[in-house]
Design a protein around this ligand. Structure first.
Ligand SMILES: Cc1cc2nc3c(=O)[nH]c(=O)nc-3n(C[C@H](O)[C@H](O)[C@H](O)COP(=O)(O)OP(=O)(O)OC[C@H]3O[C@@H](n4cnc5c(N)ncnc54)[C@H](O)[C@@H]3O)c2cc1C
Length: 390
């Protein structure tokens, strides 16, 4: 087995979680590994929620944002199983980006630091060896072996590092299946359309305007009753009929992916920290994961960088509010929570839409779902007036 140089920290996975974690580590020798060369494709809607405030939180995002191609979305139309509920207009809702470019820019930003290197390496197995009063980790791809004192597991939904910590794979009701189609065309409708409970499945369909046209997708919790292609084709046809997307378009690509909806049991030890999808950190209500991947990556990087003592307790302390932000109620099964929330939100929202007081209720939940922290210093959203209409 070929042996490669030893590192202080190995970050497994170069998605937003891994690149951000590495970016926040100073003065330690860091190796980021990924099974792909970059840039690489990643199945994702690419919606960066409340991203005008991200420069306040992520230094790496602040540095890439001017170079990043994005499309700003400002209004959303919401439906409950094809029935229109309400429309919301924002100062800014989210930016839609292409993960191929976004992840590459974040990795490039991390690699500008002298202490960080990248290696294309598909992790297969991890062993640990006692070395004095601590452990030394050996990571193998079957042919080569790399060693480090600490590991950050940012290797996504099917994380090998998470398995190493003893976590089982997510059960069916603990993750969402998604399928998306990108189309290239002239944009006419610039609203985001979100259709919850499509075909009485638990999840939602979406139409996002993108820089080149639109993205049409569907995400369902638990294994759907029919093949996901069926739901996507049906939703696509309905979106065409409703005029959300134009008839004249070129279909660029269709792809699928899964996202976790439950935080794993063991997400840290005194030498291994998980973040992003590897930890199961995705907002249950919306399926938003990029922000939480970067947030947890930043905290994991900072925790190791500040000191290597008592990592487990320090990381647990720091990550607790992020877990609450994604789950709100971590102890309720994802399916039950999502059904309850969306049905209350949409049905009461629809009725209350006709009364001014209903707007307060709808705005409160929308702000919670899209994690607007508009009261903080320097927030772009400080004077935002969310308008609820028909
Ligand atoms: C269809 C779909 C649509 C989505 N839409 C949105 C959206 O609009 N907005 C949003 O915020 N979130 C969205 N998400 C969720 C979001 O994509 C994820 O939460 C986010 O990518 C998590 O980032 P990460 O860095 O943790 O993992 P990833 O981005 O998955 O990165 C993990 C990296 O680890 C690497 N890796 C995996 N295994 C190994 C191994 N064995 N060895 C080495 N490297 C390995 C992979 O190659 C990958 O580069 C969507 C997800 C899906 C599936």
């Amino acid at each position: 087995m070929e042996n490669i140089e030893k590192y202080d920290v190995i970050v497994v996975g170069a998605g937003p979680a891994g690149s951000t974690a590495a970016f926040y580590i100073d003065s330690l020798k860091v190796l980021i590994i990924d099974k792909y060369d970059f840039p690489r494709h990643k199945a994702c809607g690419g919606g960066l929620m409340s991203s005008k405030d991200w420069p306040l939180e992520f230094e790496n995002y602040k540095r890439i944002k001017d170079e990043l191609k994005s499309y700003s979305c400002k209004s959303i139309k919401m439906y409950w199983n094809k029935m229109f509920v309400s429309r919301c207009d924002f100062k800014h809702f989210f930016d839609q980006i292409d993960r191929y470019e976004f992840d590459n820019l974040l990795l490039r930003e991390a690699l500008k630091k002298d202490n960080i290197k990248f290696l294309k390496f598909e992790l297969q197995t991890i062993y640990k060896e006692k070395s004095g009063n601590k452990y030394l980790y050996k990571l193998s791809d079957g042919q080569r072996e790399i060693t480090a004192d600490y590991i950050i597991g940012a290797d996504g939904m099917y994380s090998k590092v998470s398995r190493f910590l003893g976590n089982r794979l997510h059960k069916r009701h603990e993750f969402g299946y998604c399928m998306e189609r990108e189309i290239i065309c002239e944009k006419k409708d610039i609203n985001v359309h979100v259709v919850a409970g499509y075909k009485w499945e638990i999840g939602y369909g979406w139409v996002f305007p993108t820089a080149n046209g639109y993205q049409v997708g569907i995400g369902i919790i638990r294994k759907p009753r029919k093949d996901l292609n069926y739901y996507l084709d049906d939703f696509f046809a309905w979106s065409l009929k409703k005029g959300f997307i134009p008839k004249e378009h070129t279909a660029a690509k269709t792809f699928g992916g899964a996202l976790p909806l439950k935080v794993v049991k063991n997400y840290c030890t005194d030498s291994v920290l998980l973040c992003g999808d590897a930890m199961g950190l995705v907002k249950l209500l919306t399926g938003e994961g990029i922000y939480y991947a970067m947030q947890s990556g930043k905290l994991a990087g900072q925790t190791i960088s500040e000191s290597q003592k008592d990592l487990k307790n320090r990381y647990k302390q720091k990550i607790k509010p992020v877990i609450w932000d994604t789950f709100l109620t971590p102890y309720v099964p994802p399916k039950i929570f999502t059904i309850t929330f969306w049905s209350i939100f949409f049905h009461i929202g629809k009725i209350w839409n006709y009364f001014p007081v209903g707007n307060i209720f709808v705005k409160f939940f929308i702000k919670m779902a899209i994690h607007r922290k508009s009261s903080r210093e320097g927030s772009y959203y400080r004077d935002e007036k969310i308008v609820i209409g028909k």
